[in-house]
Write a protein that binds this ligand. Structure first.
Ligand code: SF4
Length: 303
């Protein structure tokens, strides 16, 4: 199948929580584009998109256009795989323009990759916070360096910890994604223990669970089809989530969400330190439910 290449101003994904936000494309594609479980910009949605930083004038013109059409009072999501890969002064101009042209914006957010954060100085991160960047969504995926290496994430656990802490220190909120099942059965225990350890070290504002589904057009697809990589059963995904929460340190006060179609539960907490016991009890009741124990695993190929 020949995939159509789409320009950077075409938005391919955004987090579910940004469904009702003003979406402004800043970058197209992903500057890394190598993670084995991800094909977002490589064809899983029927198109491909090369990495590019949009011309500043085009982004500012989009903001003006939203302003003229009275899109005031909405959160703003700066779209693209990793806008924080763009130069800081470029991003500051965009953030400042959003704040100037759109009134009562409750939140400005974007995706961020740990490597891009590490490339910025503390002062640059502070400039982004001061210009109005409220929160970044970062894929931790796993706290295990081994799994991150196998999955070609391009980052290890220590880099994730440093990047996460620097985001928070700059005054930007941090939302991390954790993928249940990313280590398959072989590395499930390591995935759980190391993810809990990294989350404890960072104590992010939010962390969100996603469940691994392997989509065609991802590098992991062949391993899945050949039986080399196995998906966890639903009950085992819930067990991983249980163990991650159970292994968190007592300092962790993060909000926790299962806010994705891939999840097998929809539990939420506004403070996992306060809700840990009830969260675990509820997960336990799911895990012990015979209907869930026997629920067959379905690989979602469209999301
Ligand atoms: S998971 Fe994120 S960093 Fe990795 S290839 Fe996909 S968009 Fe890029």
């Amino acid at each position: 199948m020949i995939l159509q290449k789409v320009p950077p101003e075409q938005i391919i994904i955004r987090p579910p929580v940004e469904a009702y936000s003003v979406l402004i494309p800043v970058t197209g594609g992903c500057s890394w584009n190598k993670c084995r479980f991800c094909g977002t910009y490589g064809g899983v949605y029927g198109v491909i998109q090369d990495y590019a930083i949009r011309p500043l004038e085009d982004v500012l013109r989009d903001i003006d256009s939203y302003s003229e059409r009275n899109y005031h009072g909405f959160p703003v999501f700066l779209a693209g795989g990793n806008p924080t890969s763009a130069p800081t002064d470029y991003l500051v101009k965009i953030l400042t323009h959003v704040r100037k042209k759109l009134k009562n914006v409750p939140r400005i957010s974007c995706y961020a990759k740990a490597l891009d954060i590490l490339r910025k100085t503390d002062d640059e991160l502070k400039q982004l916070a001061e210009a109005g960047l409220d929160i970044v969504y970062m894929g931790l995926e796993s706290g295990s360096s081994k799994i991150l290496r196998i999955m070609k994430k391009g980052t290890n656990a220590q880099s994730m910890i440093i990047a996460g802490k620097r985001v928070l220190k700059a005054g930007i909120k941090l939302s991390l994604y954790v993928i249940l099942g990313l280590g398959s059965y072989e590395l499930s225990e390591e995935h759980v223990k190391e993810t809990a350890r990294v989350l404890t070290e960072i104590n992010p504002t939010i962390f969100r669970f996603r469940t691994l589904n392997i989509l065609p057009n991802t590098p992991l697809w062949e391993d899945y089809k050949s039986g080399k990589f196995q998906l966890l059963k639903p009950v085992d995904c819930l067990k991983e989530e249980y163990e991650i929460i159970a292994n968190l340190g007592p300092n962790v006060t993060s909000q926790v969400y299962n806010d994705h179609i891939s999840n097998y539960c929809s539990l939420e907490s506004l403070n996992i330190k306060e809700d840990r016991e009830v969260f675990l009890k509820t997960l336990e009741s799911y895990i012990n439910d015979p209907r869930i124990k026997n629920l067959p695993r379905k690989n979602l190929t469209h999301m």
